[in-house]
Design a protein around this ligand. Sequence first.
Ligand code: PLP
Length: 451
Amino acid sequence: DSVRDDAAPSAARRSDRKHVLHSWSAHGTFEPIVIAGSEGAYFWDEDGRRWLDFSSQLVNVNVGHQHPKLIAAIRLQAEKLCTVAPYHANEATSEAARLIAELAPGDLNRVFFTNGGAEAVENAIRMARLHTGRHKVLTAYRSYHGATAGALAASGDPRRWPSEPGAPGIARFWGPYPYRSAFHADSAQEECERALAHLADTVMAEGAHAIAAVLLETVVGGNGILVPPDGYLQGVRALCDAHGILMIADEVMTGFGRCGEWFAVDRWNVVPDLITFAKGVNSGYVPLGGVIVSDAVAASFATRAYPGGLTYSGHPLACAAAVACIGIYKEENLIVRARRLGEEVIAPALRAMQARHPSIGDVRGLGAFWAIELVRDRATREPLVPFNASGPADAPMAEFAAACKQRGLWPFVVSNRLHIVPPLIIDEQALRDGLSIVDEALQVADRHCAG
Ligand code: PLP
């Protein structure tokens, strides 16, 4: 997705080319756009090209770009108290923790703050191990938990491959994915039953006595917006309870409204032992993440010190941003709005597109969290590009993404999928216009289809 403009590169571009090593990129070939500004659901580059943001950047800018109330809260906090060591209490951190605990389900009443999602996962795993005295953690294939050593080792995402061998004590299982079932199931219910039986088998084979936690994304995000069939998460909860295993719900991407609930587990009334969060907690205005801890797990660290910490844990600026962001979700009713936009606008538009475009194999999602999976052939479900494709093999998806960008839409494309994950504040007409752009751009994908 690079746009190389060599005419008169700006200072920002020159320094970027020379000095910045970007995430997941080869600096010799990657040429990012230089963002000059943003507002609401839009951002633009230094050449004045403007895009409707269907990505929310990395699915985190839930309240949209440059929200005035969020900026004001950060500014006010900066003037009051910018930074303190995490062993001091302060108003912003206390209030953020209180609000998060209030929103979290069940007895998850205590928050350990981090700077982002990966660190949240690292600490959730550590807490689970210390609380249970067991060492193994079961995680799903097709999952992403972050890019630090432990979180990447826990991920079942192909991005972990270069870092292998990962950490000891991680065992993987297959989660439900009705469109490409690992269990050859024919219905969502069958998928649910077989996925649960498989998880129970995995627990048995790994030894329940050795398993500290099952770590899973409530709705798998980066690996495909895989919504679990009804009953699956309840089944995981029951299995964990039966064996004294902790359930860690990774809600880094799904929490704070993305799925039309405060936390996606709320949709199924499941109460995990630990919830990891980041992204939407303050819409990414200042780095923040954390673990929400149940009373029982927190009790483990009542008299014995929790052995973990970060210089910036509970950073006042980040926490003030969280307090303001949660206030915005409430005032603007964004949680319900996400659900409504999904049900009334996104889902019907995508299903209508599926009827017109042979390249759409599957449509799935909830809230403002949707994906279309593109195929060459609907009958065989052969993906439009091979799993984890790069270079020429990825050309059809790259062309499709370019067609969206040319029309003023910034898409979130992963593998053979388009994820539709706009800010929750997106204007309804802008959302419809963006979906029309997707509709047009799909003609590019259709050309690669069989028949
Ligand atoms: N967990 C999930 C489910 C995620 O989607 C991500 C990032 O996309 C992470 C963890 C890692 O978060 P971060 O990039 O803030 O470390």
